[in-house]
Design a protein. Structure first.
Length: 304
């Protein structure tokens, strides 16, 4: 009997080795591809390392960093040290070289921050204090978006969340099905929490609070939602900021949120972002009275 089964087991072993070799080649190619496209000397492992910290000039603080789905541009937010003004900058890859930093075309003379790409990369959602023409909208942080047409970002438009016109709203992140996540609070930043809005006929519906279970007692902020809506990373506000993660279960409910591992949660973290392949986490953290954007290699189920 065993002699009859031996050819079968040998065939299975060959196929297993073949599949393992293909996966190893794919992993090696992906690693080399990311290193080359992002223009870095090395990629991080589970230990977070700074990402392009040379882009932060003296006298400025960096708060957020994201790359395009094609990995051909890096957008980041700089502020004055007293947090009185925020601007969105970017660098782009031109003929295998990165350009010098410049302000994004949709940046304004007001405050601009908290940007993220739609999964297809053709829309940037961001937060801004620029005035809204609607006189029923409070002058504070609100959501805006700009779309790419013929390779250029067009004039931004206000993203209207009907029941948040008198609230502070910031840091949008959107799924493939068009559900928008963000944080919102009173004008004095109290009662800050994470909300979401679904789209109906191209219009965002009134905000609903995300039903998250965690120990945060001073609020939640700076959410990132995966393109498929399966997991949500955000900063909980206690004595300091800690990055948390929650997953959607089979009943479309958010699971009990848990803190990311201690290599990531060290001394106040926020502004999480995950690359399109779900393998690299970007986040901002405090270091020596400064902020630095770091990144680490992580799989979605290995954040804990």
């Amino acid at each position: 009997m065993w002699k009859n089964l031996l050819p079968y087991f040998l065939m299975k072993l060959k196929w297993s080795l073949f599949i393992a070799l293909i996966l190893l080649i794919q992993c090696s190619y992906e690693t080399s591809n990311y290193r080359s496209l992002l223009g870095v000397n090395s990629l991080p492992n589970e230990e977070p390392i700074p990402f392009k910290s040379e882009l932060v000039p003296k006298g400025k603080l960096i708060h957020r960093g994201i790359v395009t789905p094609e990995l051909d541009a890096y957008y980041f937010t700089l502020s004055s040290r007293d947090f009185s003004h925020f601007d969105i900058y970017f660098i782009e890859r031109v003929e295998s070289k990165w350009s010098e930093p410049q302000k994004a075309s949709f940046n304004s003379d007001y405050n601009d921050h908290g940007m993220s790409f739609s999964p297809d990369g053709n829309t940037i959602y961001f937060s801004s204090t620029r005035p809204v023409e609607n006189t029923n909208v409070e002058q504070t942080w609100h959501l805006w978006k700009t779309e790419k047409q013929n390779g250029t970002w067009i004039k931004p438009s206000y993203v209207d969340i009907p029941n948040l016109r008198q609230k502070l709203t910031s840091h949008p992140s959107i799924t493939k099905d068009g559900t928008l996540y963000y944080h919102s609070s009173n004008l004095d930043y109290s009662e800050m929490d994470i909300y979401y809005s679904k789209q109906v006929d191209g219009k965002f519906q009134p905000a609903q609070k995300v039903a998250l279970l965690d120990s945060a007692n001073l609020g939640r902020t700076t959410p990132y939602v995966s393109a498929d809506g399966s997991f949500l990373i955000y900063a909980s506000v206690n004595k300091s900021l800690n990055l948390m993660i929650s997953y959607k279960d089979n009943n479309d409910k958010w699971t009990q949120a848990e803190a990311l591992n201690k290599k990531i949660n060290t001394n106040g973290q926020g502004n999480p972002y995950v690359t399109p392949n779900n393998k690299y986490l970007f986040f901002a953290t405090e270091k020596d009275n400064n902020w630095v954007v770091k990144w680490a290699r992580v799989e979605p189920r290995e954040f804990l």
